[in-house]
Design a protein around this ligand. Structure first.
Ligand code: ADP
Ligand code: GLC
Length: 473
């Protein structure tokens, strides 16, 4: 099949979170199954590569009452064709979605333009007799669904179908009815009974939809998880799948991980102890026998910081443990995290930053990985943690519930708690301390965790069916 991804992040080119891991992981797995995959991505100022080919093609679309042009630049990256859509004013900014504090005011127009220009380019430059799946990811690509329909009414891209993957339904990019003319959309092209947003327009118009776990799909059929769109998800239920993300074990395996200086596997964990010692030395933490809790996370309310911070403040004085967290995000949590470090310099470190290599070291060094999310569409860090033998502590929600078996259940691989509350999380932390004290039991669970496999190949089988289903409509 020919598959074109419209996406706003791609590992190795631009990443703010798991969306980048997912688009690259899925693209590579599809390619390995023999499909022809092309990635379309904005050419951001912050793109990690500068190695673009000299040639470019131009494309013009009418939007916001004017004709706006983009250059399409080609890049070959890990045997995949990447088409970067260049528009200096829209995309040559230091960060993709916001200025560090506030979302850019013109995000609807920026990503509406990205979708419309990408579709116009495909209409002009692809062999229109061939069936093509246009696979959009999240709200940034969602308007591709309606722009494809508009082109099809003009007789173009008749053999293409649009599939939308929802990696996070909390981000919708809300619109007002006044925005529709700016985006070249009419009232009958958008859903009527639910909040108007880029995401809701995509959900309304895509041939097929999916989200990134079965558990989260179930949650989206009702409120509050659906953020006002439950009626729309219900209306599209027959075309809406839940497909768990995979893990790219060529990047996330402690036996081969390029970011680590010591390697290990289930039969020999010496390297894991060396990683832990390295991390402690680097952060000037004592080389003690106490358990080490780690976290790598976007610092947003999604990730449970509203109860994680008070829980740690209450729990840390009472325990012998160390906690190391890295993340970037909302100041309302970053301030209190820095304060925790001042209060407990021997037990707590917060590293404000985004560092790929360091995130691998944290995964390898920890005994437990903290992921107490309020909601989690899939979550990749708990999947990485399983492979690294760093038992995940998760709230039982969305993809976390689908991938981690909680302590007390048959085949337990981590610790799971139900309510997003300080009390439930603190109880889970206490369970972790007790488990770690029983090293025989801890090691049995760790071995089991390390055997778990969440491969992209399993996901690809489901995506192939989704693509085929899109053509039956
Ligand atoms: P989400 O996409 O909601 O942020 P996921 O668990 O799906 O959550 O994926 C997060 C990805 O982003 C992981 O690959 C994680 O290692 C990475 N990540 C998050 N914060 C940082 C950071 N501060 N530095 C490096 N990597 C990070
Ligand atoms: C989103 C979700 C996360 C998911 C990732 C990749 O960022 O928050 O749960 O793993 O997308 O699908």
């Amino acid at each position: 099949m020919q598959i074109v991804f419209l996406c706003s992040e791609y590992e190795g080119l631009l990443k703010t979170g798991g969306l980048a891991d997912a688009t690259r992981g899925l693209a590579q797995a599809l390619r390995q199954q023999g499909h022809q995959v092309t990635i379309m991505l904005p050419r951001y100022g912050a793109l990690y590569t500068k190695q673009l080919q000299e040639q470019w093609q131009s494309v013009y679309v009418d939007l916001n009452g004017q004709s706006i042009g983009a250059a399409i630049r080609h890049l070959r990256h890990e045997d995949i064709d990447i088409l970067l859509l260049e528009h200096h004013d829209f995309f040559n900014r230091p960060r993709p979605y916001d200025d560090g504090e506030h979302a850019y005011a013109d995000n609807a127009l920026r990503f509406g333009f990205f979708c419309k220009a990408a579709l116009a380019y495909l209409a002009d430059h692809s062999d229109q007799t061939q069936p093509v799946i246009i696979h959009g990811h999240d709200w940034q690509a969602a308007l591709g669904a309606i722009y494809l329909k508009q082109l099809q009414l003009q007789g173009k891209l008749k053999n293409s179908r649009f599939v939308l993957s929802i990696h996070n339904a909390a981000y919708q990019q809300g619109l007002s009815w006044h925005d529709l003319p700016m985006l070249g959309l009419a009232g009958d092209e958008v859903p009527q009974q639910v909040p108007l947003s880029m995401l809701s327009i995509g959900v309304f118009n895509a041939s097929q939809l999916n989200t990134v776990s079965e558990g989260y799909r179930e949650e989206l059929l009702s409120e509050p998880a659906a953020n006002g769109l439950s009626a729309l998800y219900q209306a599209r239920q027959a075309d809406f799948s839940g497909i768990l993300n995979g893990c790219d074990y060529s990047r996330w395996d402690p036996a081969t991980d390029h970011s680590l200086s010591s390697h290990y596997h289930a039969a020999n964990l010496t390297g894991k102890a060396l990683c832990k010692a390295q991390l402690r030395q680097q952060l000037d933490l004592a080389q003690s026998k106490d358990p080490l809790f780690v976290a790598v996370s976007r610092v947003t309310s999604q990730k449970g910081f509203s109860f994680l911070i008070p829980s740690l403040a209450q729990w840390l004085p009472q325990v012998k443990a160390q906690v190391v967290m890295m993340g970037t995000g909302e100041q309302q949590y970053i301030g209190p995290l820095k304060h925790l470090q001042q209060q407990f310099p021997e037990k707590f470190r917060f590293i404000e930053g985004f560092d790929d290599d360091f995130s691998h070291l944290l995964e390898a060094a920890g005994d437990f990985f903290l992921m107490p999310s309020l909601f989690e569409p899939c979550g990749l860090n708990q999947i990485y943690s399983l492979r690294y033998g760093t038992l995940p502590i998760v709230r039982a929600t969305g993809g976390l519930k689908d991938t981690v078996v909680g302590l007390g259940k048959r085949g337990a691989t981590g610790i799971s708690f139900d309510q997003p509350s300080e009390a439930d999380l603190t109880a889970a932390l206490q369970q972790a301390i007790a488990l770690y004290a029983d090293q025989r039991k801890y090691k049995t669970m760790q071995q089991r965790a390390m055997q778990q496999v969440f491969s992209w190949d399993q996901a690809v089988i489901r995506y192939q069916s989704l693509y085929q289903k899109a053509f039956t409509k």
